[in-house]
Design a protein around this ligand. Structure first.
Ligand code: TXA
Ligand code: MG
Length: 329
């Protein structure tokens, strides 16, 4: 997996941020920290720069990108917002929420996979915000992983996976949330649809909008997913090792199989094949450690990885969505 790295990891100093902002203005790619996962960013208004994102990730052209903005002032240049979108933006931005809205002519087709809508998010990570401000551009950025593999939650994850494909990685420390943003389709403001669950739940959104949010199920096949939403394939975020899901793991078996618990199992010492995501099973901690743990365990070449599903508050839905995708073959 580790190829000869061309990429350099930059600490978030003022000088480095100014340098990387200039690289973005010149049409180059920069991997960036966000509060959800690391992203691979390019100038969203530059079709040629955005095309390189697809090349570096091995991402199919029919999977559109999310555009990241620094301030609400940029919104009208990129999309046609409605009152519902503005209400959610005021409430949750900057933060882990992406809104799908009709696009303007300023957004190149490559960003939206030729579609008439664009996905927009105002991120919260202070380092990414400084870079956005310094570049003075909206930045298109999907997660900075090779297509289909587990999303990165640290600069080192990006370097391991894309180090031979890109030159610049901005280090903002481990991602605080650890799961990709919640995506809401608001093209029809009277019937919002949840396209991807995240740290902000459908319930949180309903509370702000005062109307119901329908949940779009991910699908296993390419043909019907095209009808629902682009980039919603079930298989995604997958380790190479097969993943088996359990409501609760009762017994730890053979040493060549890994067991990942939600919380530290009572009365059990951590063996070489026993892992847990959060000491006390808090879901925010589980989410933060999920992708990093799957990567670490995947690298150890177990025969199979057994993982417990999360239970409890609405955050469990987002965690289990990623686990089901990791387990899909
Ligand atoms: O938290 C996040 O959202 C991270 C960070 C980097 O911001 N980004 C991220 O991007 O997860 P990515 O490319 O891995 O996922 C983007 C997904 C697409 O796969 C697709 O499902 C959805 O966003 N998307 C993008 N544009 C869309 C559109 N116009 N209509 C519907 N879905 C869209
Ligand atoms: Mg992704």
């Amino acid at each position: 997996m580790t190829q000869r790295p061309a990429a350099r990891v930059y600490r978030p100093t003022r000088g480095n941020i100014a340098l990387l902002a200039r690289r973005l203005q010149r049409g180059e790619l920069v991997a960036v920290p966000t509060e959800t996962v690391y992203g691979l960013a390019a100038n969203a208004l530059d079709a040629k720069a955005c095309r390189q994102i697809f090349r570096a990730k091995g991402r199919p052209a029919n999977d559109p990108l999310i555009v990241h903005i620094y301030s609400l002032r940029e919104l009208a240049e990129l999309c046609v917002p409605n009152a519902a979108a503005l209400a959610l933006a005021k409430h949750f931005w900057p933060g882990p929420l992406t809104l799908v809205l009709p696009k303007t002519d300023r957004v190149p087709g490559i960003v939206t996979s030729g579609g008439a809508s664009v996905a927009i998010r105002m991120p919260q990570h202070p380092v990414f915000r400084r870079l956005l401000k310094s570049a003075g551009l909206p930045l298109a950025a999907p997660s900075a992983n090779p297509f289909g593999y587990i999303s990165p939650t640290s600069a080192e994850h990006v370097r391991q996976n894309l180090g031979s494909k890109i030159r610049y990685i901005l280090d903002g420390g481990p991602s605080r949330i650890g799961l990709e943003s919640t995506i809401v389709d608001l093209r029809d403001p009277t019937s919002p649809r949840l396209l991807r669950p995240g740290a902000i739940s459908a319930h949180d959104i309903e509370r702000v909008l005062g109307i119901g949010v329908s949940v779009v199920k991910t699908s296993a096949s390419t043909s019907d997913q095209e009808l629902v939403a682009p980039g919603m394939l079930l298989r995604h975020y997958s380790p190479r090792t097969p993943v088996i899901l359990h409501d609760a793991i009762k017994d730890v078996g053979a040493a060549n199989e890994a067991y990942i618990f939600m919380r530290k199992p009572a009365g059990r010492r951590g063996g070489e094949n026993v892992f847990w995501l959060d000491e006390r099973g808090r879901l925010s901690g589980v989410a933060r450690r999920l992708f990093a743990t799957l990567r670490e365990v995947d690298a150890q070449r177990f025969r199979r990885i057994h993982v417990e599903l999360a239970a409890g508050d609405p955050f469990a839905e987002a965690i289990n969505d990623r686990l089901r995708r990791a387990a899909a073959r």
